[in-house]
Structure formats: structure tokens, C-alpha cells
Design a protein around this ligand. Structure first.
Ligand code: NAD
Ligand code: MG
Length: 402
């Protein structure tokens, strides 16, 4: 066990990108409980001026940024009489990330978080990465860029945080595989015909986790697990064959690492995002967390199942994208973002989400100019092409009977 109490005393400055979301809320809750150890530099949100201003005032932030440029005047009004600076639009979100904070939580939802996350990475900050889509979109170069800048990427996604903790038990050469667990979502036991017709309300009922809308739908389709397989590959430089998914409906074990001597190291905890976020916030120390303690005797049983790639094709597509490489994971993510938005808008059935992703990936593989992505502009340009193709394919996917 480490013995490094001294490191815990200095006040650290922190920035939260996506402060009004589900991960943002958990992060602010942890910061609220440790006011003497953290000072808030900047907070951002997309459209909710009121919630952003309230948090900025509560924490005495130095800067607040709202994504929607039309809301600058409203934010200025809400912050009148304070010394909090503010801005609006994508450039202001990037400015928030670029300001000198020791630790940044990247919790914007979707590929929109890429440029802000890179702005924090480029100045060598410690970046707690919840925003998996930005890594999936820019995996070819994201970690490389972090290494060059001396940034420390701390995985905030519960499975990856579990792997991060377990990986410390051995060397790269001793690693055999990693296993990320999946709850299986609300449709784990459903028949394919019922999954096809599932409503938005049903998709938003996650059995274990309380999360933002997009990731909750991704959990129901298991696209989230697909994104997480890709995320694990880029974060830890693992091949697709070194990453397994195991369905574990209780969501108590979050990730495991198998080593060559057949030891398997697992990380456990109640399904509460404040646990992995607290790990990122305290790293390399541990802080006192507010989450419920794990009571295995009360839970009684932990069960496991093999994931069903036929009922949840998003998982199969994620492995295919990873094996294809060179922008394919960017296309996978972009098409999924378009498909989820279309499902929320009532334009496609739940079952069509994976069909749209598959059609977009196949179309891109057939016609795309595939080369490794080297910059945010490369990633964003593939993302745009994929979104346009997905939008063009949408009407025929919507009409297709199953
Ligand atoms: P959410 O929808 O609850 O919150 C998203 C936040 O980002 C909000 O503050 C929103 O205002 C902001 N935002 C959204 N679009 C934006 C844009 N275009 N520009 C600027 N800001 C924008 O989402 P969430 O559930 O908190 O998830 C955030 C990220 O964390 C996602 O990438 C998700 O996959 C990942 N994640 C979430 C959980 C969870 O438990 N919620 C777990 C693991 C990983
Ligand atoms: Mg996760």
C-alpha cells in the first residue's frame, strides 16, 4: 500500500466541462464535499443558463461558458453583480478547457466534446475522461497527443476506471486480456421483435444506473458497450482480441484484468458514478467518497452471461469498426449519434439504430478515403461526412420493414 499522505494538502484548481449533466452533477457533488481541497476555475454547459449560473455562483468559479451563442446575454444577466467572467459558443467552451486548471472533467456528451478535451490535453492537464465519444472519434491520435503534452488521462467511465485500477497489478507483457462488464440494459432478456419495437420511455429505464439521455439509450442498445470496447482499446493500447465483454446484471464488478499466471484482478463497487469520479479526483491519492458502501452479503448473488451479439448488433459493429480502423470508429460513433437523435425524435424504431450504423459504416468502407486520422480537423471532417451519410440513409432505413 502506498504511503504518501503529504500530497493531499495543496488546493487544486478544477474545471468541469458539461457541469450541468449527469456526470457534471456527480462531480459537483464531490467538489461540494471537499471545498477546502478544490477551487473551481471554469464551468460549462450547453443551454441551461440558469443551472450553469447557479453552480458558478455557488462554487465561485472564475469563468462560465455556455455552448449556445444565443444565450450570452442571458448568462451575463444571470451573473450580473459577480466577478465571474463568461463567454458563449464553442470557442468559449474551448477557452474554459484551456484556462489553467490542474484537473479537468471532460463530461460533454458526444463528439462535440473533442475540441474542448484536446484543449485541456494540450496544456498537459490531468483530464478525467467521461466523454467516451470524443476518444472513440479521435482514438487514432488522442492518447499520443496526451503523451506528447504530458497530460494524464484518468478514465472516469466506470469500466475503464476499474481496468485502470486493476492494470496496476501487473506489466503489459503479463496481461492476457481485460474484461469489461455490462448490465445488459433494460432489454437484456427481451425477444428480438420486442427490442425492435421498444419505445423511448422503455429505453430510458435503465435497471441500475442513472445517467444522461444519450448514454441511457446507448446502454439499452448496448452501443454503449461497443463504444466502451473501442474506448478501452485506445486508452490502454489493446487489440480487439484482448478485450472481452461480460454481461453482469448487478453492475457490481465493473472491470477485470487477467494476467499470465491466471490471476484475475477485479474492481467492485456500488453502481454510483461518484466512485470512479472520486478516484479520478483524488488520483494519485484517494479521497473520502460519499457513496454507499458495498454490502455483498446483502446483494447475495453476482451473475454473469455471455453477451448476445445477434440481439445487440451494436457490439458486433464496434468490434468491426475497431478492426477496420482508420476512421471507422469515428464513423461508428457519428452514425450512432445521428441514429439516437432520430430515435428520440420518433423518426426510426429502436431496432433501426444498429441498422443505420451498419449501413453508414458499410457505405463509408465502400466509398471512403481511409487513412489514419492525425488531427482534430481530420476527425471532425470524417465525423461530418459520416453524419451526412447517416442522414441521407435515414429515410430508407426508417421505411425498411423487419
Ligand atoms: P448529459 O447529457 O447528462 O450531460 C452532458 C453535458 O454536456 C451537459 O452539461 C450539457 O449541457 C453539455 N453539452 C451537451 N452537448 C454540448 C455541446 N454541443 N456543447 C457544449 N456542451 C454540451 O450526459 P452525461 O450522462 O453526463 O454524459 C456525459 C459523457 O459522459 C458522455 O460522453 C457519456 O457517454 C459519458 N459517461 C456518462 C456516464 C453517466 O453515468 N452519466 C457514465 C460513463 C460515461
Ligand atoms: Mg461505462
Amino acid at each position: 500500500m502506498r504511503n504518501n499522505k503529504a500530497a493531499a494538502s495543496a488546493v487544486r484548481s478544477v474545471t468541469v466541462l458539461g457541469a450541468t449533466g449527469s456526470i457534471g452533477d456527480s462531480t459537483m457533488d464531490l467538489l461540494r464535499g471537499a471545498r477546502d481541497r478544490y477551487r473551481v476555475e471554469a464551468l460549462t454547459a450547453n443551454g441551461n443558463v440558469e443551472a450553469l449560473a447557479k453552480l458558478a455562483k455557488e462554487f465561485g468559479a472564475r469563468f462560465a461558458a455556455i455552448g449556445d451563442p444565443a444565450k450570452l446575454a442571458a448568462l451575463k444577466d444571470a451573473l450580473a453583480g459577480t466577478r465571474i467572467e463568461c463567454g458563449a459558443g464553442e470557442s468559449a467552451i474551448i477557452e474554459a478547457a484551456a484556462r489553467p486548471a490542474d484537473w479537468v472533467m471532460a463530461a460533454v456528451s458526444g463528439a462535440a466534446g473533442l475540441k474542448p478535451a484536446l484543449a485541456a490535453v494540450d496544456r498537459g492537464a490531468s483530464v478525467a475522461l467521461a466523454n467516451k465519444e470524443c476518444l472513440v472519434c479521435a482514438g487514432d491520435f488522442f492518447m499520443e497527443r496526451a503523451k506528447k503534452a504530458g497530460a494524464c488521462i484518468l478514465p472516469a467511465d466506470s469500466e475503464h476506471n476499474a481496468l485502470f485500477q486493476a492494470l496496476g497489478s501487473g506489466n503489459r507483457e503479463e496481461l492476457v486480456r481485460v474484461i469489461i462488464t455490462a448490465s445488459g440494459g433494460p432489454f437484456r432478456t427481451w425477444a428480438p421483435a420486442d427490442i425492435e419495437q421498444a419505445t423511448l420511455e422503455q429505453a430510458l429505464k435503465h435497471p441500475n444506473w442513472s445517467m444522461g439521455q444519450k448514454i441511457t439509450i446507448d446502454s439499452a442498445s448496448m452501443m454503449n458497450k461497443g463504444l466502451e470496447v473501442i474506448e478501452a482499446s485506445y486508452l490502454f493500447a489493446l487489440s480487439p482480441d484482448e478485450i472481452d465483454v461480460l454481461v453482469h446484471p448487478q453492475s457490481i464488478i465493473h472491470g477485470m484484468v487477467e494476467f499470465s499466471d491466471r490471476s484475475v484482478m477485479a474492481q467492485l463497487g456500488t453502481p454510483d458514478m461518484r466512485i470512479p469520479i472520486a478516484h479520478c479526483l483524488g488520483w494519485p491519492d484517494r479521497i473520502v467518497g460519499p457513496s454507499a458502501r458495498l454490502d455483498l452479503a446483502k446483494i447475495g448473488q453476482l451473475t454473469f452471461e455471455v453477451p448476445d451479439f445477434a440481439r445487440f448488433p451494436g457490439l458486433r459493429l464496434a468490434y468491426e469498426a475497431l478492426r477496420t480502423g482508420k476512421g471507422a470508429t469515428t464513423v461508428f460513433n457519428a452514425a450512432n449519434e445521428v441514429a439516437v437523435a432520430a430515435f428520440i425524435a420518433g423518426k426510426i424504431k429502436f431496432g433501426a439504430i444498429a441498422r443505420l450504423v451498419e449501413a453508414t459504416m458499410n457505405d463509408w468502407i465502400r466509398t471512403g478515403n481511409r487513412s489514419p486520422l492525425q488531427s482534430a480537423d481530420d476527425a471532425i471532417s470524417v465525423d461530418h461526412v459520416a453524419r451526412n451519410r447517416a442522414a441521407a440513409l435515414l429515410p430508407q432505413i426508417a421505411l425498411k420493414a423487419t
